[in-house]
Design a protein around this ligand. Structure first.
Ligand code: NAP
Length: 239
């Protein structure tokens, strides 16, 4: 059972489907809205008025994270699971032989790497009071250095590799008090990550989220000295 959970970047895609899965379980869900003009979460709120709590959240901003935490604290003093899902893609074309937009890479890092760190740190007091003390960082196979074959995607790949390192550092910091970080590649999913619907993805967001939920529910199996980096099926990936 997961009694309380927070999901970032929940307006659409995998995040929205994770919120749906959690609500079906009866979990109290704190879902971060980033896009004002998308209303899937608002519609879901009509269906789950008691258990879905919505707030604006830009993980790239300290002020926004602080305001979101204040909303969460109005409803709970503990959290079982934090799912750091929000992310952006950035340029996927430029290789080292092209001009590389360093400003954009900084932006992507601020969201994909520092975003989860901001949110994890801000929510740590609540997580440590939760039953599971679990942080699920939605990373990507693109963050794997061991299996990297791309020659572009600088911003995204580097930001996810750094997220993986962050995950291990946090895991090391909380495992002795029963905490855990799980690093998950959600599969190639049909979402709007690259600006338009990627119809070629292997999985729908619903399928990916359903797999991820199964992993979260058996997170104890992944507990250990080291944080675990797995795909949506629970298979280990190379760091
Ligand atoms: N789709 C795939 O094949 C795939 C593969 C590997 C890993 N992933 C990972 O899976 C996770 C979910 O991605 P997805 O595929 O579901 O794509 P998505 O639909 O684009 O979901 C990401 C969500 O995060 C939001 N977001 C962006 N910047 C944010 C910020 N500063 N603060 C809060 N939210 C922000 C996005 O809003 P906008 O739509 O406005 O950007 C979007 O709602 C991401 O961590 C992604 O890296 C996806």
């Amino acid at each position: 059972m997961i009694t309380t959970a927070c999901v970032t970047g929940a307006d659409r895609g995998v995040g929205l489907s994770l919120v749906r899965e959690l609500l079906k379980l009866g979990t109290h869900v704190f879902a971060g809205k980033f896009l004002r003009d998308l209303n899937y979460l608002d519609r879901l709120k009509e269906q789950y008025p008691e258990t879905l709590h919505l707030f604006m959240l830009d993980v790239g901003s300290e002020e926004s994270v602080a305001a979101a935490i204040a909303v969460i604290l109005e409803h709970t003093d503990h959290l079982d699971v934090l799912i750091n899902n929000a992310a952006m893609l950035g340029d996927t074309q430029a290789t080292i032989l092209d001009s590389i937009d360093l400003k954009e890479i900084q932006e992507v890092f601020n969201v994909n790497t520092l975003g989860p760190l901001r949110v994890s740190q801000a929510l740590m007091p609540l997580l440590l009071k939760g039953e599971r003390k679990l942080i699920a960082n939605i990373s990507s196979e693109a963050g794997s250095i061991g299996s990297c074959e791309r020659n572009s995607w600088f911003a995204y790949c580097m930001s996810k590799s750094a997220l993986n390192m962050q995950s291990q550092l946090i895991h090391n910091g909380i495992r002795d008090v029963g905490g855990q970080v799980l690093v998950i590649h959600p599969g190639w999913v049909q979402t709007y990550m690259n600006g338009k619907l990627d119809e070629q993805g292997d999985l729908t967001p619903e399928q990916s989220a359903s797999h991820i939920m199964k992993l979260l529910l058996r997170s104890d199996e992944f507990k250990g000295e080291h944080a675990v980096f797995v795909d949506y099926k629970g298979q280990s990936l190379s760091w």
